[in-house]
Design a protein around this ligand. Structure first.
Ligand code: KIV
Ligand code: ZN
Length: 535
């Protein structure tokens, strides 16, 4: 166990959760890789999670909830890997109040520089009766025993009273008072079902801070779901009432309607700094690039009108607004696109642009690339600029994020031909190479060119792909925009996802299919959902 992670000898008074940050600082606890990732359509494989974790570290989040170690061996490995490589943020793992969960979490975090075990147990009457079948006292005893066990493995222990906002307030006081006495360093007040309102949240946090014994020794936290569209407002109300940790996700992804969106919480606290009187440690200029990274890794775009990071968030179309903006930007703009790292111009480079301009543009989009990666990116940029007149920010991001399976192998496309007729069948032929040195060519017919290409790839690689989802969307603007194809396929009882980008959407689909085949060959499955659902 790393010494930084060792419990101090003298208990609560050395609670670094409370002592090391000013009272005006709100800790940002990111759960994109746990609550976000467990939502249907947002699962990520281990490599994607690691990439996201690095981006969250660069963004400046205080705590990263990296996963649920006992949910599956893959979740365990992700949490452990993230704990090993991140040096700045606290890395947190989720555990039920079960010995096996707690021990698995402790093992996964053994290598962390700063680790935290996050325990949860339901406290509301509905959950006590129908889910847990436990009395009020049994819930308290179970939580305390779990906290004491976790405390032996990790100094920082967070306790979440699941469904707290539908729990009797007086009982919640007893639960949290006992949890603090048992060693909890952060107490979290989740609105698990997205039921509460801002006023109620503010009242609840105020009440708890006043009545919970030991309240001044811990950090109060919010964790709001967006079922009624109030997750961000409820989190902010919690902060106004004294909560000093907000649990949130990039793009607001999460169970059902999602969690509070980090970019909205952070920018509200910043833009309305004078009102809230608090700040976060987030580098806001990395919000947009991090949001984009998540959409690329999951294939799930945000709505155009999404606050802070949507494509329209800073676009002023109406004549009246444009007129006002030209006279004084402040008339209709409360923050600038560059404040959140969004490029001010969307049209960027062309085929005559040089390496220096490309590097600068990538930097302004939040991508620091080393020399070796730059060679590859520059070559791909030139190839793209030859095909398409204007290269947009989104095109560059697609290149920088390396969504192309070319980068990963072992299979690569050498040739691809398709033929289709209106109202008739289609045919495709592919030639592929494998890192082992062999080359294989196959042809197939199908209902359309996409179907034909997928069949040809299945034949060539010998890997059966049962496609369950297929999406194509434009990466940027205009008729010559690159298309991103996103495929999910079932293979060996697991879901596998791949994406590909090209100016030709059939080619993009072939890259996406090959990304899946490559992933299967490298045996990097996405976390089996069944394992999480069974919890
Ligand atoms: O929504 C919730 O209650 C949770 C807990 C595990 C904190 O996600
Ligand atoms: Zn949640």
């Amino acid at each position: 166990m790393n010494p930084d992670n060792t419990p101090p000898a003298s208990g609560h008074s050395e609670n670094s959760d409370v002592g090391d940050l000013a009272a005006e600082r709100v800790r940002i606890f990111d759960t994109t890789l746990r609550d976000g990732e467990q939502a249907p359509g947002f699962s990520m494989d281990r490599r994607a999670k690691l990439r996201m974790a690095h981006a969250l570290e660069a963004l400046g989040v205080d705590i990263i909830e990296a996963g649920f170690p006992s949910a599956s061996p893959d979740d365990f490995a992700s949490v452990s890997e993230i704990a090993r490589v991140l040096r700045g943020p606290t890395v947190c793992g989720l555990a039920r109040c079960h010995d096996n969960d707690i021990d698995a979490c402790g093992r996964a975090l053994e290598v962390a520089r700063h680790g935290r075990i996050h325990l949860f147990l339901s406290t509301s009457p509905l959950h006590r009766e129908h889910k847990l079948n436990m009395s009020k006292q049994q819930v308290i005893d179970t939580a305390c025993a779990a906290i004491e066990r976790a405390k032996k493995l990790c100094h920082e222990v967070e306790f979440s009273a699941e469904d707290a906002m539908r729990t009797e307030p007086e009982y919640l006081v007893e639960v949290f008072s006992a949890a603090i006495a048992a060693g909890a360093t952060t107490v979290n007040v989740p609105d698990t079902v997205g039921y509460t309102t801002p006023l109620e949240m503010a009242e609840r946090i105020t009440y708890l801070r006043k009545h919970v014994r030991g309240a001044d020794q811990v950090v109060f936290s919010t964790h709001c779901h967006d079922d009624l569209g109030m997750a961000v407002a409820n989190s902010l109300a919690g902060v106004a009432a004294g909560a000093r940790q907000v649990e949130c996700t990039i793009n607001g992804i999460g169970e059902r309607a999602g969690n509070a969106s980090m970019e909205e919480v952070v920018m509200a606290l910043r833009v309305r700094g004078a009102f809230f009187g608090v700040d976060t440690g987030i580098d806001a200029r990395k919000l947009y690039p991090t949001s984009r990274l998540l959409t690329q890794l999951t294939g799930q775009a945000v709505a155009r009108n999404k606050a802070v990071v949507g494509e329209n968030a800073f676009a002023h179309e109406s004549g009246i607004h444009q007129h006002g903006m030209l006279k004084h930007r402040g008339t209709y703009e409360i923050m600038r696109p560059q404040d959140v790292g969004m490029g001010e111009t969307r049209l960027v480079l062309g085929k005559h642009s040089g390496r220096h301009a490309l590097r600068q543009r990538l930097q302004s989009l939040g991508h620091e690339v080393d020399e070796a990666a730059m060679d590859n990116i520059f070559a791909r940029f030139k190839a793209l600029a030859d095909k398409k007149r204007d290269v947009h920010d989104q095109d560059l991001e697609a290149i920088a994020l390396g969504m192309d399976p070319e980068a990963t192998g072992p299979w690569r496309i050498v040739q691809l031909n398709t033929n289709s007729h209106l109202g008739g069948s289609a045919s495709a032929s592919v030639k592929l190479t494998h890192d082992s040195g062999h080359e294989v060519g196959e042809a197939a017919i199908g209902d359309g060119p996409v179907d034909a290409v997928l069949r040809a790839i299945e034949r060539a690689t010998g890997t059966a792909l049962d496609v369950t989802q297929f999406q194509v969307r434009a990466v940027s603007e205009g008729g010559d925009a690159q298309g991103q194809a996103q495929l999910t396929a079932r293979h060996a009882e697991r879901d596998w996802r791949g994406s590909g980008v090209s100016t030709d959407i059939i080619e993009a689909t072939a890259h996406a299919a090959l990304a899946i085949v490559n992933r299967i060959e490298r045996q990097q499955p996405v976390t089996p959902r069944a394992a999480v659902a069974a919890l």
